[in-house]
Unconditional design. Structure first.
Length: 272
């Protein structure tokens, strides 16, 4: 990622760039936290209490201690998609123009229902999760599934530390009509939610960013994706993912209590 790309990432995002997860994190309880300053500690605690995000791990875990989205108020999520200004100028540059031809399944911008029988939210067991990573292919009309990006929220992050996350995509190809549909989902802990789908035709390219701001859930994710069908049996997905816990710096100027991963690269080819 170039210096210009880094500057294009909003200030709340951060500072892990360069094509991978890296090892440097910025966030609470950083060196500047001044733990011995009781006044700052008191203000920080008040900021947490007044936050719109529910930072209580017990609220998001089931009886086995696994993080789930059962209390995530999915209908209030903000899921928006934006066109990139110029596909050739990198994936972090985006305009404020919202994409209208993407079917959004959740949140206040919902404009479609998922296909019949497809759940919006799915709770997985360990064995189901392992199977879901394996692409399913058929010669007639392939349904392809991939994990585009994944990781673990740092143990020191507020409340969700140690939780696995992933951005997943499924491709359904209509070989007769030379068209395909890509579905994007986000996985947090033991739960996965299908967010949107977008159609693509043979030889077509589409590039856009999605801003996912879950209501009352302390994580925000922004994937930027390029889709390109450049061969008879090949669709390429490229892009990047930014993730912040919580989505906003709820402590303001008092102390940095937000962890962000930025510039996690996406690169995957779907072939059949």
């Amino acid at each position: 990622m170039s210096e210009k790309d880094i500057e294009d990432i909003p200030r709340r995002k951060a500072l892990l760039t360069a094509g991978g997860f890296g090892t440097i994190l910025v966030g609470y309880p950083g060196i500047a936290a001044a733990d011995d300053d009781s006044n700052n500690n008191s203000k920080r605690e008040q900021a947490y209490r007044e936050s719109e995000y529910i930072l209580e791990r017990d609220y998001w875990t089931n009886e086995n201690g696994d993080v789930t989205l059962e209390n995530a108020e999915i209908d209030q999520w903000s899921v928006t998609t934006y066109k990139q200004e110029d596909q050739n100028n990198g994936l972090n540059t985006q305009s404020s123009k919202q994409v209208t031809d993407i079917q959004i399944y959740v949140g206040k911008h919902k404009n479609a229902d998922p296909p019949s029988g497809q759940p919006i939210i799915e709770h997985e067991t360990e064995s189901e999760s392992e199977v879901s990573q394996v692409p399913v292919e058929t010669t007639a009309s392939p349904d392809l599934y991939r994990t585009l990006a994944s990781g673990e929220i740092p143990n020191s992050a507020p409340e969700l530390g140690g939780t696995d996350w992933a951005i997943n995509m499924g491709i359904q190809v209509n070989a007769t009509a030379l068209s395909a549909e890509a579905d994007l989902s986000v996985k947090i802990g033991a739960s996965e939610i299908t967010l949107w789908s977008v159609g693509i035709s043979y030889g077509q390219s589409k590039g856009f960013c999605t801003d996912i701001s879950p209501s009352q859930f302390p994580v925000g994710i922004e994937p930027c994706i390029d889709l390109k069908w450049d061969g008879q049996n090949e669709i390429t997905v490229g892009g990047s993912v930014d993730l912040c816990v919580p989505p906003e710096d709820i402590c303001g100027n008092l102390v940095d209590c937000q962890y962000c991963l930025g510039g996690v690269g996406i690169s995957e080819t779907f072939s059949w």
